[in-house]
Design a protein around this ligand. Structure first.
Ligand SMILES: Cc1cc2nc3c(=O)[nH]c(=O)nc-3n(C[C@H](O)[C@H](O)[C@H](O)COP(=O)(O)O)c2cc1C
Length: 213
């Protein structure tokens, strides 16, 4: 047998009267310890450098990590300009780029603000946040303004946890006062294969569909 294959056992609890048994049912191929959560959202992180120059960098290692206080985590390599900017300014914005900006978003994830003004090259407009010491992207419809709360050294990446002090949204993406997934049209990322995708169809109401079980 190929050693890459693991045998997976699934426990079935058929009924109270039947004894539980384990069924040898699926073979899954081991891909190793890798960063393969599918999908991850694509965000653009806005920061100021020590001289006040606005910068943006693309990040896929992003996610909400606490509901109260509302917090978000983003991880950057020490080599990025953004890493130093966040440490310096203790603030950042998370900007959600819509699908039509996929080329600009990719560029922002290739070039470094150390050498170029990415806002200018990508023809995007920096707006100074009135709440945190970071700029946001005017053209992107959803923005989270964050104050740095924690720094965790993990290895290649440093994890920054920011408290979300406000969310700014364009009126055009709102449905009954809340952001609408289809109207935002965010970009999804497939790590390792390094590909972008768009959002698929609506599946149903969360915290509700499960009640039909
Ligand atoms: C889709 C995509 C996702 C990325 N995600 C991250 C990430 O989560 N963390 C990171 O350190 N770099 C990530 N990068 C690479 C940075 O965006 C890249 O190193 C960029 O040049 C950093 O810019 P800066 O030096 O101006 O900060 C990503 C790039 C792309 C294209």
């Amino acid at each position: 047998m190929d050693p890459l294959f693991d045998v997976v056992f699934i426990a079935h609890a058929e009924s109270a009267t039947q004894t539980n048994h384990q069924e040898r049912c699926v073979l899954k191929k081991s891909l190793g310890a890798r960063t393969m959560l599918y999908p991850t959202p694509v965000s653009v992180v806005g920061t100021y450098d020590k001289n006040g120059k606005p910068n943006v960098a693309t990040a896929a290692w992003v996610g909400i990590c606490c509901s109260k206080p509302p917090c978000i985590t983003v991880s950057f390599r020490k080599a990025t300009y953004t890493h130093g900017n966040i440490v310096e300014r203790k603030a950042f914005t998370i900007n959600v780029p819509p699908e039509k900006y996929v080329k600009e978003t990719d560029y922002i994830g290739i070039a470094s603000g150390r050498g170029v003004d990415k806002f200018s090259t990508a023809k995007l407009t920096p707006v100074k946040s009135d709440l945190v010491d970071a700029p946001y992207v005017k053209e992107f419809p959803l923005v989270l303004e964050c104050k740095l709360r924690h720094i965790l050294e993990l290895g290649l990446h440093t994890q920054f946890i920011g408290e979300i002090v406000d969310v700014k949204a364009d009126e055009a993406i709102l449905e009954n006062g809340l952001p609408d997934m289809k109207k935002i049209n965010p970009i999804l990322y497939a790590p390792e294969v390094r590909s972008y995708y768009s959002v698929g169809s609506y599946l149903g109401k969360a915290h509700s569909l499960g009640k039909e079980m």
